[in-house]
Design a protein around this ligand. Structure first.
Ligand code: CUA
Length: 335
């Protein structure tokens, strides 16, 4: 950790740009709003188990209290009444009913699980990459983004993997959760039913910033997904390099690198361009195009003094043009 910023996580919580908002509202005390075709079944199984548990809790506690009073010892000299050895009918009943109930619970849960991992043939395929500590989504045209955008009323198949440790991709509003595991591909699918913005989380502890591993999920009205994808795939069409760099910073870098001069997990981007910075090994380096490019692609090579070597590489995640855009943005911060 950087000694100048002893509470980097609090510092990050103060920057709302990294925290996705969620709409629409709704939901209950137990459940977030339901926004996928799988939600109805998941909620049914949840409430079925819930009410069975409530019923038996009330029944058992009430009987316990009743028996404690009914069969209490009334006087010191009184003998306990003769205890029954067994009652076959009663014992079969209290075994068979719970057995039937858990078989029903298993059947309902297993049916839902099988449905969730077997996508329909026409599902839109999206690749989900888990990496400390960011989700990225690769669309069929090759575009990679930190937001999950999908069309409404169309099945979407997610293929999940991880480039480091085990993460777990979780969208409460869709009632889907699946591990992203290094060395294998897991699949899950969903069909969103309501346009709006939702939250995806990481549900497997994966290190310091596990709780910040959030992603915005956007469900588009018909036609909106296609126009978002073509716009997002080529941000350069309507923007300057520095503007694109600012967008990339917001999505990819803002969690660790500020642009206002304050220290975070990593050094700030402000005030570094064309300056000498001191490195951990005692040398110093001039921040120019080559240094920035190298820091993005080989972040472990030259660590700035006072910081830990925790940055992951962005090789394969940022295109050459996007790296140039970030460089232009860092230059622009000096103006
Ligand atoms: Cu990734 Cu927790």
């Amino acid at each position: 950790m950087n000694p100048i910023a002893p509470l980097p996580l609090l510092a990050q919580a103060a920057s709302p740009t990294t925290w996705p908002t969620v709409s629409p509202g709704g939901g209950t005390a137990w459940m977030p709003p339901a926004a996928s075709t799988a939600a109805h079944h998941a909620d049914f199984v949840f409430y079925f188990i819930y009410w069975v548990a409530v019923f038996f809790f009330v029944l058992i506690v009430a009987l316990m209290a009743y028996f404690a009073i009914r069969y209490r010892r009334r006087a010191a000299h009184e003998r306990a009444p003769g205890a029954a050895t067994h009652n076959t009918a009663l014992e079969i009943t209290w075994s068979a009913i719970p057995l039937a109930l858990v078989i029903v619970m298993f059947y309902l849960g297993y049916r839902g699980f099988l449905d969730m991992v077997n996508p329909p043939a026409d599902a839109l395929p999206i690749l989900v990459t888990g990496q400390k500590w960011v989700w990225s989504f690769t669309y069929p045209n090759g575009h990679s983004d930190t937001e999950l955008h999908v069309p409404v009323d169309r099945p979407v198949q997610l293929t999940l993997w991880s480039s480091d440790v085990i993460h777990s991709f979780y969208v409460p509003a869709f009632r889907i959760k699946r591990d992203a595991v290094p060395g294998r591909y897991n699949k899950i699918w969903f069909e969103a039913t309501k346009p709006g913005e939702y939250l995806a989380l990481c549900a497997e502890y994966c290190g310091t910033q596990h709780s910040d591993m959030l992603a915005r999920v956007v469900v588009h009205e018909p036609g909106g997904y296609e126009s978002w994808l073509s716009e997002a795939s080529d941000p350069f069409r309507t923007r300057s390099y520095a503007e694109v760099g600012r967008l990339i910073h917001q999505k990819r870098c803002a969690g660790c690198h500020s642009v206002d001069g304050s220290a975070n997990i990593g050094p700030t981007f402000k005030g570094i361009w064309n300056h000498q910075v001191a490195l951990r090994d005692g040398t110093s380096v001039l921040v120019d195009e080559n240094y920035i490019r190298e820091s993005i692609l080989y972040p472990q090579k030259q660590i700035v003094k006072g910081y830990d070597p925790v940055m992951p590489t962005f090789q394969g995640q940022l295109k050459d043009r996007e790296i140039l855009a970030l460089i232009e943005y860092i230059k622009e911060l000096e103006k």
